[in-house]
Design a protein around this ligand. Sequence first.
Ligand code: ASP
Length: 584
Amino acid sequence: MLRTHTCGELRINNVTQTVTISGWVQGVRDKGSLLWIDLRDRYGITQITIETENAVKDIVDTARSLGREFVISVTGKVVERYSKSDKLETGEIEITPDKIVVLNSSITPPFTIEDSTDGGDDIRMKYRYLDLRRNPVRQNLELRHRMAIETRLFLDKLNFLEVETPVLIKSTPEGARDFVVPSRMNQGEFYALPQSPQTFKQLLMVGGFDRYYQIVKCFRDEDLRADRQPEFTQIDCEMAFVEQEDILNTFEGLIRHLFKSVKGIDIPELTRMTYADAMKFYGNDKPDIRFEMKFVELNGVVKGRNFKVFDDARLVVGICAKGAAEYSRKQLDELTEFVKRPQIGATGLVYARYNTDGTIKSSVDKFYTEEEVKKWAVAFDAQPGDLMLIMAGEENKTRKALSELRLEMGNRLGLRDKNTFACHWVIDFPLLEWNEEAQRFFAMHHPFTSPKPEDIALLNSDQVGKVRANAYDMVINGVEVGGGSIRIFNKQLQSQLFDLLGFTKEEAQAQFGFLMNAFEFGAPPHGGIAFGFDRLCSLFGGAEVIRDFIAFPKNNSGRDVMIDSPSPIAQAQLTELGIDLKKN
Ligand code: ASP
């Protein structure tokens, strides 16, 4: 071993011992008569101190030749420090070296290996192996490791088996875009990488493995955002002989266990909200309930005063921002600009200040008297000091825009503390979602999701869009961390669903025949859930960008800039695969 201890391990009770530590040179400070080396590894930093006049010349020369990130091994005596540091865990001791061995040199790193580095995103991605030496990145990956371990411990105790499912599978049209892999042995044919192990975990249930999980890579060829990666990891789970209630309870247990064991936090029991209420009160199927600020509909109190914007609107709806009546004109203009941004797309914002002196001033006082606006305040249950913000227009668009404004106000009023966690379930999602462009229904979750038994009768009616699913999402602080459903386990119903989704019998059979056939051999009732593991880790780590919790992530164009991938392949490889790029 090139070390007896790590660089984070030595304490006052090691004083007088002779030890060997190895690591990277964080820095060398040369004061002439005294010379210090900070030696770093994964576990911490230890100071090596050399009194140049008393030390062997060889050691002094070696020390003076060191540069940042050189790899060295130091053998010497642990001594108590004269001036102690409480910034380092090893701050009470230092090492007087008898021997320094340079194990490897380093060229100057392109950014500093410090907690707050001078390197921008791009350069750190290109030299990710150097970025990994930084504490914040390492700590994120340590957190990820702990989350994975605790997940396994919890699920193992409940008899879940971790089973691996294949990565080369079959492309299906439903869901996101597939990544595909050409088959050399079957030219002209392609495997797809799994978007999730969905059908396999259901087949495991048919196979009698009644509790399955897997911490598994999934792949979706979608445009990237800060919280998306083309390959990502799920905690994927499935259970047989269960109802929705059992799944919710089991995985509420998992999340509580993770909070307790990883962060030492006892979270309260998860509340449940229907999808319909989430949309009505928050305009969002993953509401952030760290703060209230619920939507209040005002159609009943604002119409018929010749204010065209409100009179023509399908929906007039607002929020009440507590204590924000003193917002300046400039701040209110900023909010109006905010909702008019193309991503949000609203045409304007109406506000009414409920001043602390009891007067009310609205931005539409040409149309509404103060008395009339008082009625809005009653609807909002507003108090003096509050600010009412109101939007109007087509129903879904307006709710969506107001939802963005609500989150923005939450940020501005400091109501979204990243160390406060509000976890809840959203349940009773619609089974289907109408797509205008394709002029057909799509499965809101996926086509294997079971309708609520009491809604099955509506499947054959013109009310089919109203059918609710036994589907649920877990939401933490406005982030959907997991989602799942109770599955269809009957061939007929599954086939009926493919029908509704516009599959012909032949297409359904060709693409999902394997699953429907399996349902004929005694498939048990089953259901499951999958958690976005990267997202969950970033949330636990108090960050928004999942990239920081992945050892080797892709950038926003889906590239790994370190290994420079994707990249062209040789003509010979293409030929072998039977792919002729020139044809197109
Ligand atoms: N496979 C689903 C997904 O990836 C989750 C589930 O239904 O279990 O979203």
